[in-house]
Structure formats: C-alpha cells, structure tokens
Design a protein around this ligand. Structure first.
Ligand code: ZN
Length: 182
C-alpha cells in the first residue's frame, strides 16, 4: 500500500472526524473547510485518480455524495452544494487518493470555486465535439444491449409530443404554442 494519508485515515492510524461510512466509502470533515461542514468522500480502497477507480467504489462514492449533500441541506440549511473531484496536480488534486469534496454553500458566502470562461466559436465546438465523440459503446453496455435486443425485437424509438386533443379549438392550440415558447 502506498504511503497515503487517506488510506491511513481509512485504517484508523490517523484520526479523523467521521461523518458517515458504507462498506466502500468513508466520509470525514475537511480540516480546512471552505465552509463549515465541508466533507471529504473517500473510497476505502486506494485509487490514485478517477481514471483507475473501480466502478463499484466510484458508484458508492457518488451516491454517498448525494446523501451528504442532502444532509448538509437538512442540518446546515445549505442553500447550495458543490461536489468537486480533482485528478492530478494540474487539476488541483492535493492528496493522491481519489476523493470528492462536498461543500455546503450559501448566497454571498465569498467562497471562490471557479474558472474564467473562454470564448468558443460554433466551429470550435463542432470540431471539439467530433474529436471527443465516443463512437464505440463500452463493452459492458454493449453486452447489455445485445442481451436486451435478443429478448425484445428492435423497434424504432418514437418521440411522441404532448399535443392537445384534436377537439381543442385552434385558439387553445395557439395559446398552448405560445406558452411552450416561454
Ligand atoms: Zn490511499
């Protein structure tokens, strides 16, 4: 096991203020909170980044983030919650053990979590979407899809709009269209 502060916290060899735990996840208070109640959601197994995180641990961690977010709203009257996950030094990762910050937020709390927005043209966005587009379905999903399509015959998906009854007057229809727009 690497010399990792979070692994030691999970083991209990370094003390922490535990808030919650599951089979896969530990939640502790951040000792330098952005706001009081700032929690760290830590998988109980060592993964350096999200790239190599086991999906079972990752799923449990994100569901735990949801539970903690609700708790911060309930107990601390948080008006909002940030969930942040950083990978590698360039992205601001401080501890080399994959984790999530869950931070209660309030209007005008002066907490700064941000970036400067850059301009992107329509062409930039189109090219980037093409470059990043993932054409192949991940193996597990592909297997699921194959299983499903064996069970049920493949049909075209129909998108049915919520259209008013034919009996309704033209005026009503116009009103409906108007409301849709706004
Ligand atoms: Zn670790």
């Amino acid at each position: 096991m690497p010399d990792c502060v979070f692994c030691k916290i999970v083991e209990g060899t370094i003390p922490s203020h535990k808030v919650y735990e599951t089979e896969f996840t530990l939640v502790i208070l951040d000792i330098n909170p952005a706001n009081p109640g700032h929690c760290l959601v830590i998988p109980k197994k060592h993964f350096e980044t999200i790239y190599d995180a086991d999906n079972t641990y990752l799923e449990d961690a994100i569901i735990t983030c949801k539970i903690i977010a609700a708790r911060l709203k309930e107990k601390l009257d948080a008006e909002g919650v940030n969930i942040i996950q950083n990978n590698e030094q360039a992205a601001g990762q401080l501890v080399k053990h994959m984790y999530f910050h869950v931070i209660p937020r309030y209007k005008d709390d002066k907490v700064v979590i941000g970036y400067n927005k850059k301009e992107a043209t329509e062409a930039d966005l189109r090219d980037m979407a093409e470059k990043l587009s993932i054409a192949t379905v991940p193996k597990e999903e592909a297997e699921e899809t194959t299983e499903k399509s064996e069970e049920e015959p493949k049909t075209d998906i129909e998108f049915v709009e919520d259209v008013p009854d034919e009996e309704e007057s033209e005026e009503k229809l116009r009103k409906w269209a108007f409301e849709e727009e706004y």
